[in-house]
Design a protein around this ligand. Structure first.
Ligand SMILES: [Fe+2]
Ligand SMILES: [Fe+2]
Length: 267
């Protein structure tokens, strides 16, 4: 069984599809993850499974990999103590979760923005450009910069969970670039496809960070590291103060516009 602990989870699911269903029953959504390079042993630690759940999960997986054989299930070594399952955030992590809330408000508007979109119309093309500006300056340059340049640097580059988060940032950027290119060509269908794909990718990404990555990071950071993060985030906030308030205002404006349209349409 030990040899499987160091194998990528997507690989294991591919070889033994039943393991994907088992992980789902433990609320571990590896089958839906777009990257899935995390190792089996990391999944137990990263998801902070209580010891009894860890044993139950590993036992079920071992029965799929070695049917009819009772194998010894090893306890996975943890770097941080197992928590009680409740999510709490340190102040710098809380700030990132709050930024996610702003990003999710914009993502929630995407279906409405795309409804009657026609990028050959100047007005519609402008709206798309404003959305891209929000994504690039707030979600990417401001928020992802905090993650990539500050937070992730506190951990080893070799961690599969970080590689998969960075890969999702990269895929997101590709979609955004494609939105711009296709808007330029007046290709409304492709704009809709890439903006929708971006929204779905980022929603899943944010959920993983809020529920899995940040709590795991908090469990592994020392008080001194948390203090250092807090100070460095405050500096970034200062640098991006105008951008952040301009983009929050943009989201508020869009929300107001659509809620107003809804009221007028219902009269
Ligand atoms: Fe991220
Ligand atoms: Fe994030």
């Amino acid at each position: 069984m030990k040899q499987y602990l160091n194998r990528g989870i997507k690989e294991i699911i591919q070889e033994f599809p039943e393991t994907g269903r088992i992980l789902d029953t433990f609320n571990i959504g590896c089958t839906a993850c777009s990257v899935g390079t995390c190792l089996l042993k990391d999944i137990v630690e990263v998801h902070n499974l209580p010891y009894e759940e860890e044993r139950a999960l590993m036992l079920q997986i071992s029965r799929v990999i070695y049917p009819g054989v009772e194998v010894e299930v090893p306890r996975i070594e943890r770097k941080a103590p197992v928590g009680d399952g409740k999510i709490t955030y340190s102040p710098p992590m809380r700030a990132l979760v709050d930024e996610h809330t702003v990003i999710k408000r914009l993502l929630a508007l995407i279906p409405r923005i795309l409804e009657d979109l026609d990028v050959t119309r100047e007005h519609d093309r402008q709206v798309v450009l404003e959305v891209v500006d929000f994504i690039r300056s707030y979600a990417d340059r401001f928020h992802h910069a905090k993650e990539e340049d500050i937070l992730f640097k506190e951990f080893s580059d070799d961690l599969e969970i970080l590689k998969s988060m960075l890969e999702e940032h990269r895929i997101g950027r590709e979609h955004v670039k494609a939105v711009l290119d296709t808007a330029e060509r007046g290709d409304t269908l492709s704009v809709k496809f890439h903006l929708t794909s971006y929204g779905q990718l980022l929603l899943g990404h944010i959920k993983k960070e809020d529920e899995i990555l940040y709590p795991w990071m908090d469990r592994n950071l020392s008080t001194a590291q948390v203090g250092e993060l807090f100070a460095r985030f405050a500096k970034t906030d200062e640098q991006f103060r105008d951008t952040a308030s301009r983009q929050k205002e943009f989201v508020r404006r869009l929300e107001k516009k659509f809620s107003h349209e809804e009221v007028t349409n219902n009269v």
